[in-house]
Structure formats: C-alpha cells, structure tokens
Design a protein around this ligand. Structure first.
Ligand code: FEO
Length: 398
C-alpha cells in the first residue's frame, strides 16, 4: 500500500482501521490511525520512520514492492516509540549495516526497545544530510512528546517531517490521506484530540518550539506527520492551531463531568447546568457522563473549557473510582488555566466532594468554591440548591 506525496516522496505506511481500542476502552482513538513511513528517492534513497511493531513484517513486504531493500541508503527515525520504529527489526535483518539517523535519546530508546547495536548516527539540531539535490536538516524536538523526538526538514520540496506533532489518529483510505481530501471539521477534531492527549502536558515546550520553527522562516509547503493525513493544502493552519492550543487555550465552555451510581449525582449535574444557563445562556455546557464516555474525549472537552465541575458519589468513604482515575488524568494533563469545583451525592459519610476539592488544590489548580453535596436522591429543596450553586458558579468563573 503506497501513495505519492510528490515525485520523490512516497507514503509507505500502514492503515490500522481497528486501532480504536488498543490502549483500552477508556483511551480510544475511535476510528483507528495510520502509521506513516516515507520513502524519499533522490541520489540517495531514504526511509523516514517505519510502522507499529506487530505490523512490521507486513510493512517490509509492502516496502519491497516499492524498492529493493539493499537500495535504501539511509534510515531516519524521528521518534523511537514502537508505533514508528517497530518495523526496524524486520528491515535490519536484511540490511543490517544501513545507517540509522536519529537523536542521542532515540539511540537510547531504540536500544532499549530492540536490544540491538545497529549502525546509529547521532544527529542534533542543525545537522544536515545531503541526499542529492536535496538535503535533510534535523531539528531536535525534545519532549514533543518524548526526549528522542525530532523534526526533519527536506529542502527543495520544502517538506517538514514532523513526527507525532501535527498528527491525527485518523484512519482513512490511502487515496484520502491529505488534508484537502477529508472533512475539515473532523480533521480539526482529530488533530485537537491528539494535541490534548499527547502534547497538552508539554504545552510550554510546544509553544517555544513553534516560535523557534517560525523564527527559522522555513518555507514549509507540506507537513508529513507520522499519523494521519499529510498537510499539503494549508500547512500553516495546523501550525497556527498548535500555537493557539499551546497558549492557555479556552473556549466559552463549561464541562460538567460526573459519574453516578443511582442517578443522584447525575440529577445534580443537570440542575447545576440549569443554574449556569440562567446566568449565562450563551455558555456552551458539556454534560459528560463518565460511564458512557472515554477519558480521551472527556479530557478534550476539559481542555476546551474555561471551567470544570466534577461530580462524584461517595463510595467507601472516598471518591468514586472512575472519577479518581479522571483526576489523575487531569493532574497529568497539567491544564492549569481553568477553574474547578466539585459536587456529588452521598448516603451517610459523604467525603467525596471534600476529597476532590483537596485533590484539585493539591494539583495547584484554581478551585473557586468548596463544592456542593446532597444526601440520598436530591429532594426538591436540594434541586433548588443545585440550581443556585450553578448560578453562583457561573458568576465565580467570570
Ligand atoms: Fe506515534 Fe509517540 O508515537
């Protein structure tokens, strides 16, 4: 399976239609992904990245239809994670002396994954590899999202190979693997979801790296990320989105995320939302029942929000387990430019709201009040208190 990016670059990756649940039901990509490997043919032939490890043999047999492996002069690995380096063992079995260009950290991660002492050539920012009429220029992109990551810029055609950065988990037929061939809104949502779930914890580094890339004044005509579609129509669009997303991004949105055992905390969520709407009818409110949603979607909604309400029943004197897991994800995602509060139902001890509030403060997130808790199934009086709580919250976040 292959398609031409242009006369010299051929995509030779794999489309993984059923990748959706590989990381579990709570961390899905929903509609699969692609692993993008690129074959550059100039005076020298260069393979940029490979595919996910279990697809290595299939990948190599497809690659052989494109090129005799012995004609590959160089391999470039932009990032050592096995969804991009996983084809190396099968390739290197046949061409063991081929130089592998990568960062020092990638040498370490590749050795860690494969326990082989291949012919690694370490590169750092500014290093160049002349491949004929073109040259490849390397730019380390440490912590985007691993210490080993790097961008590679190819002159003449002005293509940026951007590793996971600017990518999307988006499986489409190979004839549609360009930004101008797919639905723009869906592409935006796919790219955003990758940003939130992979890069948001590193937003300050992303922001700096984007500024650094822009300051180089590179003429970037095409961006080839290592997942999803290639940006050929509007590469500047996704660069601009990364600049926005990495800079304390929010929309006029409040996310109310909750789990519920017998419906009480769910009922509170609905009436808190009603109170917010009374004060701010234009506010987008996302009511997210954790039991029905996966964490990657919820954290994306949280990323977009200016404020978040977290609802949990009390169970075994503590936070409901699914909400406790979500708190861990919120902590790791480092979404600091937002305001938070908690709510929840309880039967007799009722610790959850206080514990969530304390956890959020421990993460150094801004908590605007001490939350609201109601006993058993919310009564009419409790419903009125929830509406009032929503009204108050709406004023506290402005
Ligand atoms: Fe797509 Fe970080 O691997």
């Amino acid at each position: 399976m292959s398609y031409k990016i242009n006369d010299v670059v051929t995509w030779i990756g794999k489309i993984h239609w059923d990748f959706g649940q590989v990381l579990g039901k709570k961390l899905s990509t929903r509609i699969g992904t692609t692993y993008n490997s690129f074959l550059i043919r100039d005076e020298k032939n260069v393979l940029v990245d490979t595919v996910w490890k279990p697809l290595g043999k299939e990948f190599v047999s497809e690659l052989k239809k494109e090129i005799n492996l012995k004609d590959i002069d160089y391999i470039v690995i932009t990032h050592g994670e096995v969804d991009h380096s996983g084809g190396l063992p099968d390739i290197m079995e046949e061409i063991p002396e081929t130089p592998i260009y990568c960062t020092a950290a990638a040498i370490s991660s590749l050795k860690g994954h494969f326990h082989k002492d291949w012919n690694f050539i370490q590169v750092k920012t500014g290093d160049e590899l002349v491949i004929g009429e073109r040259k490849l220029v390397f730019y380390e992109s440490k912590m985007l999202h691993w210490p080993d990551s790097m961008f590679v810029y190819m002159t003449k055609d002005n293509i940026l190979f951007s590793t996971d950065v600017f990518g999307q988990n988006y499986a489409v037929d190979e004839s549609l693997l360009f930004d101008d061939c797919v639905d723009e809104e869906e592409l935006y949502q796919r790219a955003l979801k990758v940003y939130v779930n992979i890069f948001a914890p590193f937003s300050p580094i992303v922001k700096k790296k984007i500024q650094e890339i822009l300051s180089l004044n590179l003429d970037i005509k095409t961006i080839c990320p290592s997942h999803g579609v290639t940006w050929r129509k509007k590469p500047e669009y996704i660069i601009d989105k990364y600049a926005q997303w990495s800079d304390n991004y929010t929309e006029e949105q409040i996310t109310i995320v909750y789990d519920t055992m017998r419906g009480g905390t769910g009922k509170m969520a609905q009436h808190i939302a009603e109170g917010i709407k009374q004060i701010n009818p234009n506010m987008q409110i996302k009511l997210c029942f954790l039991g029905d949603m996966d964490n990657t979607d919820i954290i994306t909604e949280i990323f977009k929000s200016k404020a978040i309400l977290i609802g949990s029943p009390t169970m075994n004197n503590g936070i409901f387990p699914s909400i406790a897991g979500l708190l861990e994800l919120i902590k790791g995602s480092k979404l600091r430019n937002k305001k938070y509060a908690a709510f929840g139902c309880y039967g007799w001890s009722g610790e959850a709201v206080k514990q969530i509030t304390e956890e959020l403060k421990r993460y150094k997130l801004e908590v605007v009040n001490e939350g609201i808790r109601e006993m058993w199934d919310p009564s009419q009086d409790a419903i009125i208190r929830c509406i009032e709580f929503g009204r108050k919250f709406a004023t506290e976040i402005d």
